[in-house]
Design a protein around this ligand. Sequence first.
Ligand SMILES: Cc1ncc(COP(=O)(O)O)c(C=O)c1O
Length: 338
Amino acid sequence: MSDTMRMSHQEIRDRIATLPRLDIALKQTPLEEARNLTRVLGGPRIFVKRDDLTGVALGGNKLRNLEFRLAHAMKDEPDTVVVGLDLQSNSARQTVGACNKLGLKTILVLEGRRPNNVQGNLLVDYLLGADVHFAADRHEQRALLDSLAADVRARGGRPHILNDNPMFDVASAVAYLEVTLEVIEQLGERGLAPNVFYMSSSGKGSAGIMLAQKLLGGDFAMNAVCATDEFHLPSRTAGIANETSAALGLDITIAEDEVVNFTDFVGKGYGIPSEAGDEAVRLFARTEGIILDPIYTGKAAAGLIAHIREGRFSKDDVVVFVHTGGTPAIFTWNELWL
Ligand SMILES: Cc1ncc(COP(=O)(O)O)c(C=O)c1O
């Protein structure tokens, strides 16, 4: 096993092209320089990779991922995708949008109760026409996934339970391996190269950026910021990176001690906005007109802002903030902005 490999962008893209894939997302998303944010923070150059603009159903980081997961699912020629996720899941919204594009029905089994005021991602799920069910906990969710899939089968349909699709982790990592190539090319056109990436990740997307760094022999760091403290991130991230490396037929490994993922911006817990995250959402909105969200991207931006204020960067450093989407959550948390 080698520690770094020197592959060209085309060679990496050729490896990615060995995986079955559908065309669902808008790719080659813009890279936007946040000059006002830099000025207000007195910080490094900041470039925002707008992967919130991947097109389908208000966009976000799961659409590139779904191109691989749904391609894998299509081998069974499903007519219905059945998926269990959280009540306000970005992933659920993007899944329904992607399935609509493919002409598939979607059954969602969301963990939680139907709120009186349906807002955010859940509202979009309904608008997209998903058949929405609710489950009190993971156990009930699993039972409902199986029984709803059985109902589809009994009616002569062909369900695919997306939770059982083996591609989730690898698809996320491959998606952000590809995003890294796009960013490096977009910076290259401006005569620049990245020093560090910041992104909200629980180890899937960030594994892809770490792989890119090794495959390209790139001199940049991956500073992930996690929205939850439920995982052991070094083992999870390295595991996903190495599974992805194997899936692409690459001779490269990531070690646990190479993983950088900050959990100190989670605040009170997953799904609960934090003061620093909310400040970051306001700052991006008011300096750049870029809408983050208080659950994922706001907390990641809070990490970046805190590190800039600690003086970790010089003015010439090039920092890439990957906007992974999640913006419908601003409506769920409307009181925060009034
Ligand atoms: C907006 C947003 N950002 C980041 C993440 C984390 O992505 P991952 O852990 O797949 O890298 C998610 C999904 O969980 C998300 O919805």
